[in-house]
Design a protein around this ligand. Structure first.
Ligand SMILES: Nc1nc2c(c(=O)[nH]1)N[C@H]1C(S)=C(S)[C@@H](COP(=O)(O)O)O[C@H]1N2
Ligand SMILES: [Mo]
Length: 419
């Protein structure tokens, strides 16, 4: 913590809290007239396991509850479904690989990298096919980006529904990608002047495709093969996925097998019947690519109640914008009557998640928690009512409205809507 007086519990409150803990803790005793003691536990009295016990390390068994979860009623079949990142169990800005939410339309393809091929064809001078070996000879870059499914928070359009930020906001992950700027591969193939669009195609059973404008492809798209330093997970598109920074997750084609250069968009399924926003008057917005600024308080939240009682409390959450960085997040404890500027902590990178904290002294009274993100373009995250006023109630996708958690006097939190 810094010395900033605008946040954080008072030193005195903190010490009282720590003293109370030492006196009441199960493994500790305060003996009159002496200092506190802590027990000699069994794990100090026997050797631990050796270095060969876990060639690929796993989390502590006490963390078994930290996992992706799905919502059974959302889809009929797990091979065309989604699970959610446990945001309430994470901190910092990087999503661990095994906890990145998964969304796939035809199950996880199992691709042998030795048999992997990526083709670039269409309006190019030289149609090309790349092997993994070929790809690894191009200069590569490392960049951190969030991927958010456009349907994240989609179940919340008409009112509060799912109880937990894992379910309301967990269709997002934030990962450091190692990959090749797509521009370099397109230059190798030589896009002819009429080549204005790209069709990205997956090698999964869904054969998922999306149209991407050439300006974006040449700007910051990547052909990624590593996430957080290691090979992509099969769930995330092993061995190669397309990275489309700041744009809706559906465009980040996994198990990428082909890039066709064309002169116009293809209007395939995922950009017509899906991932368009149905408006009040029955018309639909197409191509809402950029993800608007959004934030959510991850703790406290329904899956992460306040368990320590009144006193010093750490409120934290994440914020992101498809248009840049998040210089500021405001939080309110009383449903928007008073707003406080949260403390941003950790790296601030464009089109990446940002972490915020607000430390406060909880007096034990009920709270209405909200967070509101400001992005580097000056855009401010809207309320759900403001969104509905513009978009009506038929939408599923692109709900970036402000989330409310109601905390009761026992510290339990619930998903609610207030207006
Ligand atoms: N080939 C292929 N790519 C795909 C999909 C798919 O089903 N097949 N799903 C898309 C959708 S809708 C989203 S939100 C993201 C999810 O990425 P993730 O599984 O890494 O979270 O991948 C996209 N890329
Ligand atoms: Mo998605």
């Amino acid at each position: 913590m810094s010395g900033d007086k605008s946040f954080g519990p008072s030193r005195r409150a903190f010490l009282t809290g720590a003293g109370a803990l030492a006196a009441g803790g199960a493994a500790s005793r305060a003996v009159a007239g002496s200092g506190p003691e802590i027990a000699i536990e069994p794990w100090m009295q026997e050797l631990g396991v050796g270095v060969d016990a876990a060639p690929y390390g796993l989390p502590s068994r006490f963390e078994a509850d930290v996992k992706r979860r799905s919502v059974p009623w959302l889809t009929a079949d797990p091979v065309s479904s989604v699970n959610f990142t446990p945001l309430h169990d994470l901190d910092g800005i990087i999503t661990p690989n095994g906890l990145c939410f998964e969304r796939h339309h035809g199950g996880v393809a199992q691709i042998d990298p030795a048999a992997y091929r990526l083709m670039i064809n269409g309006r190019v001078d030289r149609p090309l096919v790349f092997t993994m070996e070929d790809l690894k000879r191009f200069p590569r870059e490392n960049r951190v980006y969030f991927l958010e499914c456009a349907a994240n928070s989609g179940m919340e359009w008409r009112g509060a529904q799912l109880n937990g930020c894992q379910f309301t906001h967990g269709m997002i992950h934030n990962v450091m990608y190692t990959g090749i700027p797509l521009k370099l591969l397109l230059e190798e193939a030589g896009v002819i002047p009429s080549g204005k669009w790209l069709l990205a195609e997956g090698a999964d059973a869904a054969g998922m495709t999306r149209s991407i404008p050439m300006e974006k492809a040449l700007d910051d798209c990547m052909i990624a093969f590593k996430m957080n330093g290691e090979a992509l997970r099969p769930e995330q598109g092993y061995p190669v996925r397309l990275v489309v920074p700041g744009w809706e997750g559906n465009m980040w084609v996994k198990w990428l097998r082909r890039l066709e250069v064309g002169d116009q968009p293809w209007h395939h399924r995922e950009e017509t019947s899906k991932y368009t926003d149905l408006l009040e008057d029955g018309s639909a917005r197409r191509f809402t690519w950029e993800m608007d600024a959004k934030s959510v308080i991850t703790n406290p939240s329904p899956q992460a109640p306040i368990t320590h009682g009144p006193g010093p409390t750490v409120l934290t959450g994440v914020a992101w914008s498809g248009r840049g960085t998040i210089p500021r997040v405001d939080v309110t404890l009383d449903g928007g009557i008073n707003w406080h500027q949260a403390r941003m902590d950790g790296p601030s990178m464009p089109k990446s998640m940002h972490r915020f904290y607000y430390e406060f002294d909880w007096d034990g009274s009920p709270l209405l928690l909200q967070s509101r993100a400001h992005d580097s373009t000056g855009y401010v995250q809207p309320t759900k009512d403001q969104l509905r006023a513009v978009r009506g109630e038929n939408s599923i996708y692109h709900n970036n409205g402000i989330q409310t958690w109601a905390v009761d006097a026992d510290g339990r939190a619930e998903n609610v809507e207030i207006s």
